[in-house]
Design a binder for this molecule. Structure first.
Ligand SMILES: NC(=O)c1ccc[n+]([C@@H]2O[C@H](COP(=O)([O-])OP(=O)(O)OC[C@H]3O[C@@H](n4cnc5c(N)ncnc54)[C@H](OP(=O)(O)O)[C@@H]3O)[C@@H](O)[C@H]2O)c1
Length: 340
């Protein structure tokens, strides 16, 4: 049996340089082989810096028979084109979030991957940080009683208007970028899918959504309120309020590998507020996600159920993002079963 998954990277992306390349290089079941850029000179420079092979173009990387999988950290508006090309070439795919600009495009990618038996991951690396597993367990054990409100904020000051995040044609906008994390985490922490969404997105002149808010109605009376945006004071947190306690997470979605999370549990005892710090370890969430991706490919034959549930999770996330867009465009409450 194969021991390592051979991977190529499409594009000399900021996120690849900051986290992904080192993370792939630390995962025992991954072998990062090559990188491609629109500019071959840049690919050669990055390849020599990181000990990789430079491919002449994105196309030549996709068609390199040595590679088992591709990592796609391109602007969101290009994800669909390259995910489809990679899947048609038989490569497994780990694509940066959001997987595509809208629900129809996500469905197209997932359908093709299903047909071609391609393992498809959307890189919500925060799914793998132990702090959230810890919180999920605490909620299950009843530490906060019945959870009824999730509140999540993610946004940052952003000044480079030339970045793809400000370009409509490259799939820019804060919902698919920062907002997607808050949507993902609300669903993960409340462990269910919203029944209905009411949202607004505020556009700039480009026009891309620079900020937004959303209200979700979950089954069993729980709700979520989300805020996200560019050009905002930095926020990267969430809280879950329950009948018996409130959990607050200081650094939620993007967290450097060496940073130990701060989690607090507030409870009332004899009419007093008692706050306990909850221990969670620092972790490299990119490494954890990449390792899971490679292991899933290596054990693909036995992991059919898991692979199918990943497709479903990706579709469920995209369905909620689509409901937010529809609610904004039609200025109304949207039920999730309207998004087919
Ligand atoms: N998971 C996370 O923690 C995390 C964090 C940040 C970003 N992201 C996601 O990662 C992806 C990339 O984000 P980023 O900030 O790293 O992006 P970026 O550096 O601004 O751009 C990514 C790369 O895409 C390539 N590219 C191809 N066509 C392009 C075009 N027309 N305009 C600009 N670039 C083009 C460029 O590489 P070449 O010039 O070499 O071809 C560029 O370096 C996005 O999906 C984003 O949402 C994820």
């Amino acid at each position: 049996m194969k021991e390592k998954i051979k991977i190529g990277i499409l594009g000399c992306a900021n996120i690849a340089e900051k986290y992904a390349i080192r993370a792939f290089q630390s995962v025992p079941s991954a072998e990062l082989v090559s990188i491609a850029s629109r500019d071959y000179g840049k690919a050669k420079e990055w390849a020599s810096r990181f000990g990789l092979r430079a491919e002449e173009s994105y196309e030549s990387l996709i068609s390199n028979p040595v590679l088992d999988a591709v990592y796609i950290p391109l602007p969101i508006g290009l994800h669909k084109e390259w995910a489809i090309k990679a899947a048609l070439a038989g490569k497994h795919i780990i694509c940066e979030k959001s997987l595509a600009e809208n629900f129809t495009a996500v469905k197209e990618i997932v359908d093709l991957c299903r047909r071609k038996e391609i393992v498809l991951y959307e890189n919500f690396m925060c799914d793998f940080h132990p702090q959230h597993q810890k919180i999920v367990s605490l909620i299950k054990e009843g530490a906060i009683g019945r959870p009824f409100v999730f509140k999540g904020y993610f946004g940052f000051p952003f000044t480079d208007k030339n970045n793809f995040r400000y370009s409509k044609s490259l799939g820019g906008g804060s919902l698919n970028d920062a907002g997607a994390y808050t949507v993902f985490m609300a669903r993960k922490i409340l462990n269910s899918e919203p029944l209905a969404v009411t949202a607004r997105l505020d556009n700039d002149e480009n026009p891309i959504d620079v900020r937004g808010t959303a209200f979700f109605e979950f089954p069993d009376g729980a709700s979520a309120f989300l805020g996200f945006g560019f050009d905002a004071v930095y926020q990267n947190n969430y809280s879950v309020w329950g009948s018996e306690g409130l959990i607050t997470v200081g650094r939620a979605y993007s967290i450097p590998p060496e940073m130990k999370p701060t989690i607090e549990l507030l409870k009332n005892e004899n009419l007093k507020e008692v706050v306990t710090s909850i221990d969670a370890s620092a972790a490299n969430q990119f490494e954890l996600n990449f390792s899971d991706f490679c292991d899933t490919i290596l054990h693909k034959e036995e992991r059919g159920k898991k692979i199918n549930s990943i497709y479903s999770k990706i579709l469920a996330q995209a369905r909620v993002l689509e409901a937010i867009r529809l609610s904004t465009n039609e200025k109304r409450r949207v039920e999730l079963n309207e998004i087919k």
